[in-house]
Unconditional design. Structure first.
Length: 411
């Protein structure tokens, strides 16, 4: 022992010791450099998901409606908002003798402010925290919709945001309504009405229906009944009609809640859409992003030209829904449910579709059955040949390893 101490205490011994330590340090350093440059096994945790197989159709809305006309010019005050239901005999607009667009615009603004404040009343006990959660969620939606260019939706729901913020103000103050502000606005409205002169004409709804503040000139033309006669042969002719010009229209009244969306497409895009079946539809670019369940009532196919006319029906009209004639619809053909795996992880082995999973440090082969593909992912299920285990929820799929085989050590 003393000899060892004397050796490492000598000059030669110290040189040997330093050489050994340097070699060990070099090995340690090289090891970590190599480890850092060798790619680590990338894993993907298998999760459940559902994918919608959708198709986009462009077409026309057919509905029963009539233009609301006045006998002359003047300043118009509309009593209902777009999409509001109207009872038969209700006054929908007043026409004042004096034509003053600026004052009429101020009157419309005051009417809207009164409407918003009335909608902002707290009819039930709601906490500030609950309202904050609704406000934050809606703000996030508005940002997303703005980025997507869906400005009609943003315009409608910005008003909804104002109502929620008003409700929060009331809840924070322990109050239930904006009675004082509404009373003040009513006085302002009365003054504006007086400045426009007398009401020389009142427009009444001859029947119940839904009010819209504009007329597109197709009222009484593209009707619910007209949609029944659309075919691949006459579709273009019946949808290219010129609208009527109504000089004194102050709006329109949709007189029946039933309406059709009719589109012309081709055999390939219409494949899988079956008559007498309901489909979840969303109208693209519409102020209303609600899903509307529509029934496919008719599917007319011209096999010679490959043209197909689809006729969807609905009796659902959400309050913010825009009844513009020409629209595009995203219809869900079918919804698939299953497990998700990355497309890059799937490979063919002995005629079977497989992936490798990471299990206890080794690669294990699992069979998959592909149902659908979307955004770099396959939706798969357990309907396999049964010759090897099927993939399962929470399995860790290996997605960046090459030259794999069942039982290979990975990490």
């Amino acid at each position: 022992m003393n000899g060892v101490k004397r050796f490492f205490g000598s000059k030669v011994g110290r040189i040997v010791l330093y050489s050994v330590l340097s070699a060990l340090a070099a090995v340690y350093l090289i090891y970590h450099i190599v480890v850092n440059f060798v790619p680590k096994t990338e894993l993907y945790a298998v999760k459940e998901a559902e994918f919608d197989d959708t198709e986009v159709f462009s077409g026309f809305i057919f509905k029963d409606d009539k233009a609301l006309l006045v006998s002359g010019s003047g300043s118009v005050e509309r009593m209902f908002s777009n999409g509001e239901k109207v009872n038969a005999g209700a006054a929908v607009a007043a026409v004042y003798s004096k034509k003053d667009d600026d004052t009429a615009s101020q009157l419309a603004s005051v009417d809207r402010e009164i409407y918003i404040l009335e909608k902002s009343a707290l009819t039930s006990k709601t906490s500030v925290g609950e309202l904050d959660a609704q406000i934050n969620a809606l703000r996030l939606q508005i940002v997303e919709k703005t980025a997507a260019g869906e400005y009609s939706w943003v315009k409608v729901h910005s008003e909804e945001l104002t109502i929620l913020m008003n409700k929060r103000e009331l809840a924070a103050k322990g109050e239930s309504d904006f009675g004082a502000q509404i009373a003040s606005l009513n006085l302002q409205r009365d003054a504006l009405r007086r400045s426009l002169g007398s009401v020389y004409e009142t427009v009444y709804a001859e029947s119940s229906g839904i009010f819209y503040s504009h007329s597109d000139g197709y009222e009484g033309m593209m009707t619910y009944n007209d949609a029944l006669y659309l075919t691949p042969a006459n579709f273009d002719e019946m949808t290219n009609m010129a609208p009527r010009e109504h000089e004194n229209a102050i709006g329109a009244l949709m007189t029946d809640f039933r309406w059709y969306f009719v589109c012309k497409t081709d055999v390939e895009k219409s494949d899988g859409f079956l008559t007498d079946t309901y489909y979840a539809c969303t109208f693209i670019g519409n102020a209303c992003s609600d899903v509307i369940n529509m029934k496919l009532e008719s599917k007319l196919v011209d096999y010679e030209s490959g043209a197909v006319v689809l006729r969807f029906s609905s009796s659902e009209v959400p309050p913010s829904f825009e009844m513009t004639r020409f629209q595009s619809v995203r219809a869900v053909r079918q919804t698939y449910k299953g497990l998700c795996v990355p497309v890059t992880a799937v490979r063919m082995i002995d005629g079977r579709t497989c992936v490798y999973i990471f299990k206890k440090g080794v690669a294990r082969l699992r069979e998959v059955n592909i149902v659908w593909e979307l955004d770099g992912l396959y939706l798969v299920n357990g309907e396999t040949s049964g010759e090897m285990p099927a993939i399962a929820l929470n399995d860790l799929v290996v997605i960046n390893e090459k030259n794999l085989y069942d039982g290979k050590i990975v990490g």
